[in-house]
Every structure is written in C-alpha cells, then in structure tokens.
Design a protein around this ligand. Structure first.
Ligand SMILES: Cc1cc2nc3c(=O)[nH]c(=O)nc-3n(C[C@H](O)[C@H](O)[C@H](O)COP(=O)(O)O)c2cc1C
Length: 372
C-alpha cells in the first residue's frame, strides 16, 4: 500500500482560532504548483484524508481538484495523528491501494519517522511517500520525500514562489472557517464583486440555472417565483435592468453576465395572502445560486435595487412583489476595474454568527445542548 503524507501549505499566522487559519495566497499558489507535479507523477490516492483544520482542508481541496480524487475529513489526522490512526483509516483498503493524509507537524514528521525508522522533518507543503506491505502497517519504506522547494523546481518555477501580490490580495476561494462538514457547493459559494467582463453565460447554462429555481419546494406547490432576466448580449435590456439597481451596487454589478430581478406573487388566491411567498422565492434563488456554482458561475444577490422603478420598468402587477436583484457571472481575481474599497471587501474574511447564537432547544436563546 502506498501512503502519502502531506503537510499543509503556508498558512497565515493569525485568525480567530487556530482552526480558522487559512492558506496564504503564496501558500495556495505553491500547493497548486505541487498538485500539478503530483499529477505528472500519476499519484492516484483512493482518497485524500484531511485534518478538519482549515489550512489542511484548503490544501486537500487544491490537491483534490488537480488529481480528481475525493477528500474526506477525519479528526484522526488532526493534531495527535499517530500510527494507530493510520491503521484504522486504511483497514478497508487493499494491498495495492494509495491513500493521502493531509495534516500537521509535528505529527506528520513523527509518523513518517516512526513508520520508516528514518528521521524526517517535513516542511510546510512537503510530501512523503511510504510503502507498507500487507499486515505490516507499522513498518514501511521511505520511497521519497519532496520538499516544497523541490516541488517549485519540478513545477518549472526554478526558484521560490513569486513574491506576494500587492495587498489586499484576492483569494482564490473564500472557504468558510468551520470544523463541520459542508457539501462542496455550499462550501465554495460566496458573493464576489469581481466578475469576468469578457465571459457571457451561454443559453444552455442559463437555462440550467433557471431550471434549478423552478424545481424548488414551495408552500402548496404554488411556485410564486418569477424572474426578469437580462443578459449582457442584449445591451439595451441589460442597461434597463441595471438602471433599477442602486448606485452603490452598480460599479460591480454592471460587469455581470446576467442580471435578474426576483419577484414573488404575494397571494395564494385573490385576497388571500401567501405568507410563504418570500420564503419560497428565497429557496428558488438558493437552488439557482448552487446550480450556477456547479457551472463555475458566481452570484451576488442584492437588496440594493429600486422595487418601484422595477415595477414601472417591467409593468409588474400589484399582486407581485420584486424582492431582490441578482448578478451572475464567472469570477475574476483581476480587480483593476474596482475601487479600493471593493477590492478590500473582496479580500475580507467571511463572518458568521456561532451556531450557539442560532440554534436553541428547550427555550428561546438556550443554545442546544448537542452543540460543540
Ligand atoms: C437578500 C440579500 C440582499 C443582499 N443585498 C446586497 C446588496 O445590496 N449589495 C451587496 O453588495 N451585497 C448584498 N448581499 C450580499 C450579502 O452581503 C452577502 O451574502 C453576505 O455578506 C454574506 O456573504 P457571502 O454571500 O459571501 O457569504 C445581499 C444578500 C442577500 C441574500
């Protein structure tokens, strides 16, 4: 069995907690470079098992994308990773299997040393391959150890990775800082301002996104949602829709590929209010947002638009309510066209309230006792 041990890439020093420390932009670039070398080396781990700490998960995600192998999070690979953990995480694998562990020092260096009898000190982003023979999981042969500098050279960089770009840096992704497992699209969704101005959304893709909204759940299956859509291929329609978006959002929203106004029918039947209309519309949009991301298209929802202007411009009937505007586009990290303030916002950490402020049991504001 081939075991790969990868220490996470360069990470920032500070964060709200050690769990939340992210890879630096340089760390991301170097891991992405290493991942290309791993591809060339034809590494085929059945799975990549990562520590749940954010810097390890981000490292594992980059490798996963390059090698097209799944990532599993396992607390065993967190601090305290040891030979028993390796045995338990490999017990279902056959003798020809490959598996990669992504974790932290000193444990990574320690397990490789203990397995092989060779004193090993792994740098951040370093990778070791250890082959173990059946039934001897506690003993293995160190086949190679690649230091990050060697990865740089193998990737053709020939020198340490380039200097950090000027601050603020635009993140490749803004993965949430969470120890809990999230489905990949949910994990990767966020609301960027940097839209690729060159790239439109083709018709089949747009239809797929709209179809995802159509299949949302709704109270009594009333499907109260309606969508007014303008693609930038039709400049007059696009400008018309842009003109109902508030001035604060226009500087970035104007670069979207598609703009949309999301509208809901307010009544179940004449005179009977549908109090779930907004809820149902939100579900439809949430499905569209994730479907869009499945096509690598990002969305940015906006409350900042003029509902009355929209009503006038599109003759929206009184029994319908325009709730939000939505911008969709492929993303770019080249943000020269945005203001400093917008660039800073793009680089800022994403924040959320803790679950304990949100999830109660037994009474209002009593955090549920199953919470960590
Ligand atoms: C109903 C709604 C209205 C929003 N309005 C705006 C807006 O007018 N302008 C804006 O820049 N972002 C807007 N947002 C985006 C939020 O600011 C964003 O979702 C939030 O900060 C969380 O960030 P994330 O989506 O990157 O996780 C809106 C989002 C929603 C769901």
């Amino acid at each position: 069995m081939k075991l790969y041990f990868l220490r996470h890439g360069l990470a920032e020093d500070l964060a709200d907690s050690d769990f939340a420390r992210e890879l630096t932009p340089r760390g991301r670039r170097r891991v992405a470079q290493s991942a290309q070398v791993m591809r060339q080396l034809n590494l085929r781990p059945q799975r990549i098992v990562s520590s749940p700490r954010l810097r390890a998960r981000q490292t594992a995600d980059i490798i996963s994308a390059a090698l097209d192998r799944p990532v599993a999070l396992a607390d065993e690979v967190n601090f305290g990773f040891d030979l028993d953990d390796i045995s338990s995480l490999t017990q279902d694998l056959g003798s020809g299997a490959e598996i990669m562990f992504v974790g932290h020092n000193p444990d990574m260096s320690l397990v490789v040393s203990q397995l092989t009898g060779v004193s090993v000190s792994m740098k951040k982003g370093g990778l070791a391959r250890v082959d173990v023979t059946d039934g001897e999981a506690a003993q293995g042969e160190l086949v190679w150890l690649i230091a990050p500098k060697v990865f740089d050279a193998l990737a053709g960089a020939g020198a340490p990775a380039a200097a950090e770009p000027a601050s603020p840096t635009t993140p490749a992704q803004k993965l949430p800082a969470t120890p809990h497992r999230l489905q990949s699209l949910i994990q990767h969704r966020w609301s960027p301002l940097g839209f690729d101005r060159e790239r439109g959304i083709d018709k089949a893709t747009l239809l797929s996104i709209l179809e995802a909204g159509r299949w949302a759940a709704s109270s009594s299956n009333l499907q109260p949602w309606r969508f007014i859509v303008a693609a930038k291929e039709d400049p007059a329609e696009f400008q018309k829709l842009l003109s109902v978006i508030k001035e604060g959002n226009q500087p970035w929203a104007q670069h979207a590929a598609v703009l949309m106004i999301a509208v809901a029918r307010k009544y179940r039947q004449p005179g009977v209010v549908n109090r779930h209309a907004g809820y149902d519309l939100g579900q439809a949009i949430a499905q569209m947002v994730l479907q869009a991301l499945d096509h690598d298209i990002y969305t940015h929802q906006m409350g900042g638009f003029y509902p009355d202007k929209a009503r006038d411009a599109y003759q929206i009937p009184d029994d319908y309510e325009p709730y939000t505007a939505v911008a969709m586009a492929y993303r770019t990290t080249a943000l020269e066209h945005l203001s400093d303030g917008h660039r800073q916002r793009e680089a800022a950490q994403r924040q959320r309230h803790p679950l304990a402020d949100l999830v109660f049991s037994g009474g209002w504001a009593r955090p549920a006792d199953f919470l960590p």
